[in-house]
Design a protein. Sequence first.
Length: 205
Amino acid sequence: MGIKEKRNKFKMEFRQEILNAARELFIHDGYEKFSMRRLAEKIDYSPTTIYHYFKNKDDLLLGICEEVAEQFLARMRYIRSVQSNPYEALRQAMLYLVEFAFENPHQYKVFFLTRPNVYGTQEEFMKRESMARNSYFEFREMVQACIEAGELRRMDIEILTQVLATAPHGLITMTLYRNSFPWADREVLATTLVDGLLRGFQNKE
């Protein structure tokens, strides 16, 4: 490996170290208490060094969110590549969102609950290239494929996509953060919710 390759490898690894440490601080301290100074102390580097990679805490949070969104995107593309039935592919994608949240509650919290406008305004989100936007588009394509296959009824694609994408979050947040309630098995709840949602929008013709 040449000097340039070693230098690039170090930069990538150090960038990842910064993101990992920042994620922990966002999880434990929240957005308001997060500071670049505390992050620098955590990884034993100067704030100036961190600023070479991320301009502020919003930039850091965006980087963390993009990592999560990249996982979503990769999983949805994988599901589509191995599942020929569009209805089942959509079902598996929805179940994956719940599964991811249950298995990675801290990452879920940072991505969805830390700062609502991390991607800017609604217009900026839709115009600017990002893993989060691409994940939404991928999910929308899965919904559209179900409509074209006659599995789901024809209706406004944005409304249907957003309903199917956001409905599981109620189950996720309640079961993750209301531990005093005697919840039923979470996997059973997730499957029942997703199957019920999809059946409610099935094409009856």
